[in-house]
Ligand binder design. Structure first.
Ligand code: HEM
Length: 237
């Protein structure tokens, strides 16, 4: 990608000039935005699932039915996995990777939902508290993927009760890739492995504290044991 950008920067016919500073910023943005985000989401999802083994049973039933046990999940399978989709939405509701999104700046005076916002105000959108608000979300502290089944709520910035990628023209430009990375990793991690806590640790003792910051990782990394659940030849490279 860097090669391609450097070639573009040297192209004299480009409509918008790409300076080396812009390239450096762009590359840094993509690395920062594109690495931790999907991993944090997958770690929260697996943690919640380990706490509720019946959810793992339900999603692996779906995976077995749609894919079987003789191959790994592929991108084309993802639209046929509604329960997995519900698990991922529920994870992004409860644990939005960027809890306050990115800081925004009002470019002109405006009024949002009755609040006057002056030009130049720095605005933070608290996606974390929207996701825990009991008005749109019944029992928001509970991890219940079923709440998304049969409901037309998406994460693409059109449904304001669920904004894990933001909305509008500053919304995450990598949302499509990010979502696909989470979907495919989750599908294969659940299809390919049984999950449990080590040394007979109890699920009720699994610490679910969040670390506060620009992003929302687990305070303590998840330690879990994975066992293969597919035919063994599939694990050979
Ligand atoms: C699960 C995965 C991801 C989540 C949850 C996520 C979430 C977000 C959020 C909430 C924002 C701020 C949006 C706003 O303030 O309205 C953002 C911005 C951004 N994201 Fe992502 N992201 C993910 C994956 C990615 C990937 C894979 C890339 C790039 C390869 C990426 C690149 C960026 C960049 C460059 C920005 C800044 C955009 C700007 O300021 O205009 N993100 N992301």
């Amino acid at each position: 990608m860097v090669d391609l950008l450097l070639q573009l920067a040297d192209d004299p016919d480009l409509d918008v000039e790409l300076s080396y500073d812009a390239l450096r910023g762009l590359t840094l943005d993509l690395m920062a935005g594109g690495t931790d985000t999907a991993a944090i989401t997958v770690e929260w999802a697996i943690s919640e699932l380990i706490k509720q083994p019946q959810l793992i049973r339900q999603v692996t039933e779906e995976l077995d039915k749609v894919i079987g046990r003789e191959r790994w999940v592929e991108e084309k399978d993802i639209p046929h996995l509604p329960y997995l989709d519900a698990i991922i939405k529920e994870t992004l509701r409860k644990y939005p990777v960027a809890p306050l999104l990115a800081p925004h700046l009002a470019m002109e005076d405006c009024n949002v939902a009755g609040y006057d916002i002056r030009k130049g105000t720095r605005v933070f959108v608290n996606a974390w508290s929207i996701g825990r608000n009991p008005s749109p979300w019944e029992q928001p502290e509970e991890f219940r993927p079923e709440r998304f089944l049969g409901r037309n709520i998406d994460v693409k910035g059109q449904d304001f009760e669920l904004l894990p990628f933001g909305a509008g023209r500053r919304m995450c430009p990598g949302y499509n890739l990010g979502l696909k990375m989470v979907q495919l990793s989750m599908a294969n991690l659940l299809q390919g492995f049984n999950w449990k806590l080590p040394d007979n640790a109890k699920v009720e003792d699994l610490n679910m504290e969040e670390a506060c910051g620009l992003t929302l990782p687990r305070k303590f990394p998840l330690v879990a044991v994975m066992e293969p659940r597919l035919s063994l030849h599939l694990y050979k490279t």
